[in-house]
Design a protein around this ligand. Structure first.
Ligand code: ZN
Length: 438
């Protein structure tokens, strides 16, 4: 069955350094979906004629903005319940909140329950793909993958590996981490729309031996992802240097263990040295930019201009639970402010790019998600620009998608999400939001 969506449609058909120039916009557009994939995109005047006599289901979202499904490049599913816990700096935050919370996920039933809540939060915020940390427990990763599989979501996730500098009850060993990660890869990687990410939490919680064994897996399974944290907090950086005295810098710890490559996504990267920027670029590794988390933990400001100048791929990320919202729209507004504090500009289109095509490129999944090109998976979001009296007033005379997006990044959140579509199917709708014509 073919389904046709009429709306204002905005996306980036290709990877670019110039989102302000390389976007595609149809004020009165149509998106044609068949068998979970996008079949056609274009002006409504053209496609209406083409599909006039073909039986299909039609949804009219005129006056609303249809964009690709949003991609969250870094967040922690077990931390859903500890979002907005009173502030600490990174290392105390881990000790006081994170580790005690993650302990609960030893219980598979608990993990399944939170996995459902977590994925529902993503969908109600228009997020269709996430690069997600689980806990150290293999069964918790299983729970998350099963829940995502049931929703047919494109999800990248992994079991956290840590064998030191954390409580005994949350530790694995180098060998156990390797064995369990390998089992999870065999079970979940490239199954349906799921991918596995090797997940050492960060350098301080892994021994050299554990990093080496994870590095072996990274080479044995080159299509897997790698996710970890890098250069978030100055105290953390000093600690890494004392734990790994032979490393030239923080990133070199990962480099020495073959963990810097394409499909490796490093969270934060706030205080990078020149050589670290260079290596990220050389290895085609990527960065997750987590503005709400960086502000919340007082970690620092991400140098967005530098990432562009260096040509390193960046995806926007919530980093829940240190991040303070599941909404990538809101996160984009915070990214704008982080740039302002450094006299940098983040245009509305650049912000959208960082959570769609730019993030897909950072994950090396741009052939499948992040844009609305024919042949890609039909993951998309319908935004409701005027969702309350204030946005009604603010946007009453606005037809410019850049202005609408910018306003929504500062005034909006899940209330601005009319509906979220995963592989062509309705995955979330706001009450009374959907309007099927036939
Ligand atoms: Zn994180």
């Amino acid at each position: 069955m073919i389904t046709i969506f009429r709306a204002s449609i905005l996306h980036f058909p290709k990877t670019t350094n110039q989102p302000d120039a390389d976007f595609e916009y149809f004020a009165d557009g149509m998106l044609v979906v068949e068998d979970a994939k996008i079949k056609a995109i274009g002006p409504s005047s053209e496609l209406t004629r083409q599909y006039e006599h073909i039986p299909c289901l039609r949804h009219d979202y005129s006056g609303k903005l249809l964009i690709p499904g949003l991609i969250d490049s870094h967040l922690h599913f077990p931390q859903t319940e500890m979002i907005a816990c009173y502030g600490e700096k990174l290392l105390d935050w881990l000790e006081n909140y994170t580790f005690p919370t993650e302990r609960k996920f030893a219980e598979p039933e608990y993990a399944s329950k939170v996995a459902d809540i977590f994925l529902d939060q993503l969908l109600r915020n228009g997020t269709t793909t996430g690069l997600v940390y689980s806990t150290v427990h293999k069964s918790a990763a299983d729970s998350l993958f099963s829940a995502a599989q049931q929703k047919n979501m494109c999800l990248v996730a992994g079991k956290v590996c840590m064998d030191r500098n954390c409580p005994d009850w949350l530790q694995d060993t180098a060998e156990k981490a390797q064995r369990e990660s390998a089992e999870l890869i065999e079970q979940w990687h490239e199954k349906d729309r799921l991918y596995y990410a090797l997940t050492p939490r960060f350098a301080p919680t892994s021994t050299e031996k554990q990093l080496a064994l994870i590095g072996e897996l990274a080479e044995q399974y080159p299509s897997t992802f790698i996710q970890t944290h890098l250069s978030e907090d100055t105290k953390e950086i000093d600690w890494v240097k004392s734990l790994f005295p032979s490393a030239k810098n923080y990133l070199d710890v990962y480099e020495q263990h073959h963990l810097v490559r394409k499909r490796a996504v490093f969270g934060h990267c706030l205080h990078l040295e020149n050589e670290e920027w260079q290596l990220l670029k050389e290895r085609e590794a990527s960065i997750a930019f987590c503005p709400t988390s960086n502000l919340f933990l007082g970690s620092g400001l991400f140098d967005y201009e530098r990432s562009k100048a260096e040509g390193v791929s960046v995806g926007l990320a919530t980093d829940v639970g240190a991040g303070t919202s599941f909404s990538l729209l809101k996160t984009m507004g915070e990214a704008y402010k982080v740039c302002q504090l450094q006299n940098q500009k983040l245009s509305a289109l650049s912000g959208l790019y960082l959570m769609t095509q730019g993030a897909a490129t950072a994950l090396d999944l741009q052939d499948k998600i992040g844009n609305l090109n024919p042949g890609t998976d039909a993951d998309f979001v319908v935004l409701e620009p005027k969702f309350d009296a204030l946005t009604e007033l603010r946007l009453s005379n606005s037809t410019d998608p850049k202005d609408i997006l910018f306003a929504l990044s500062l005034l909006g959140d899940d209330r601005a999400i009319n509906s979220t579509w995963v592989a062509g199917e309705l995955a979330y709708k706001q009450k009374e939001a959907i309007n099927a014509m036939a």
